[in-house]
Design a binder for this molecule. Sequence first.
Ligand SMILES: [Ca+2]
Ligand SMILES: [Ca+2]
Length: 306
Amino acid sequence: MKSKLKYLLLLLILNTIEASFRCDYKYSFKAHAWFKSVVVPATWFDARLRCSLEGAVLASPTTPEILAEMRNLMNHSNPEFEIFTGIHATVSQGDFYTIEGIPLSNIPVTWADNEPNNEDNKESCITLNGNGELADRQCQETRPYVCYRMKTFKEEIKDCGTVDLEYNLDARTNKCYKFHTVPRNFSRAFLACSAEGGHLAIINSETEATVLKEIFAKYPEADLVGSFRKDGAFIGFHDWGESWDWRTIHGQTLTDAGYSKFRGNPASGQSCGAIDRNARLDDWWCDATIPFICEKTPDFPAKCFD
Ligand SMILES: [Ca+2]
Ligand SMILES: [Ca+2]
């Protein structure tokens, strides 16, 4: 009896601890979690990736409270309207689990009419419709979706305004930076930085070039695993489809942005921007996958409390 009381007391204390997360997510007291509705339809794979990069998880209706919040955010009672859930069998066909590994058999489920039917043997992702019913669909189709993050009962947002501990504040520029060792092409690198609340790094001064050079030096070639270029990292400039008219991803010329030391070659046909290990700007293939550097303002996205 005594231990039960202790447990209840502990639970009470935990519940009164304030947690914080990015303000584009709203806290649900019933579900004890943060939620965000993403209205632009995406493939299941991109939905999973974006939620994950935001510090969250592609939501699955694992409890009545989460289901209620997902339906509330969908704001559609139309059975034709569907969102992707995190329930998938993308690794092994027919083995359905949530992103967190909860098997479909442990989830309270109502199926839509004639579902699941695994049409053409190609349906490995599960949607939720406006009636709260599930269906299996092709993962390459696109749907809106909901990202969520369980409350973890501790203050997690650090100096850089994110739960991502790989962002480090540099006092010289008052910006935070993250070096991504997992290589991506320019477009996916842009996505990753954006989902993390930042952008591909833009060099605005000699000082910032030095900062990036120092960050790059922390990742010697021997520490970067894989077969990709290791003396270059994507940052935030490209030619916007106009050969050799380099602008930052925020539309400025390099000179206006504040740094334009370039080592590229106009004949290369390369349209995306990188830096070498001396922080000289370099043109590179947009489709190549190489490491990249994100930059973010410490107070964006804004921090909200539950
Ligand atoms: Ca189906
Ligand atoms: Ca900058």
